[in-house]
Write a protein that binds this ligand. Sequence first.
Ligand code: SF4
Ligand code: SF4
Length: 172
Amino acid sequence: MKSAPYATTLGSIKALIQGLYVSMGQFLRKPVTIQYPEVQGPIDPRFRGEHALTKDEHGHMKCVACYMCATACPAECIHIEAQPAPEGKGWEGRDKIPRSFDIDMLRCIYCGFCVEACPKDAIMMTNKIPVVHDNRKDFIYGIDKLLGHYDEFGRELHKQQLREREAIHERH
Ligand code: SF4
Ligand code: SF4
């Protein structure tokens, strides 16, 4: 029969080994933390980040200045001024395009209603995380910035989003 101090020592050693085993297991695991903001984690394609105005195969904006997005926006933060569409290759079949297209990102609640309302898939939400500016003027995103977002963040993502949307429609 083991003496009480002997049993206690064995128990302590066993607990120590178990503790070391757990620690080593954690030590060898791949870290789940990332060094944000230098490193950004993966963002889901459905993430509703900053907007972009999409372009067609001619490189023209798809928007036809129909105001559907502005009408659907619950925050009333989209402001569009229309002008007649230019003539020439790629502009056929359009009456209007926007002269200006502004989104007040300070009012936007990132609901995505504008994207849902658009009959031309002309507006999308990229996975660009909303940024902070130090003055109100920079929060008004105009047509050039929104088209630039498409080139920089939206081109491939938009194809993926449209494929996903089609797949959802086919399932229902
Ligand atoms: S995401 Fe919502 S709030 Fe923002 S512009 Fe679109 S409709 Fe308006
Ligand atoms: S983005 Fe779409 S809904 Fe908005 S004005 Fe242009 S075509 Fe119409």
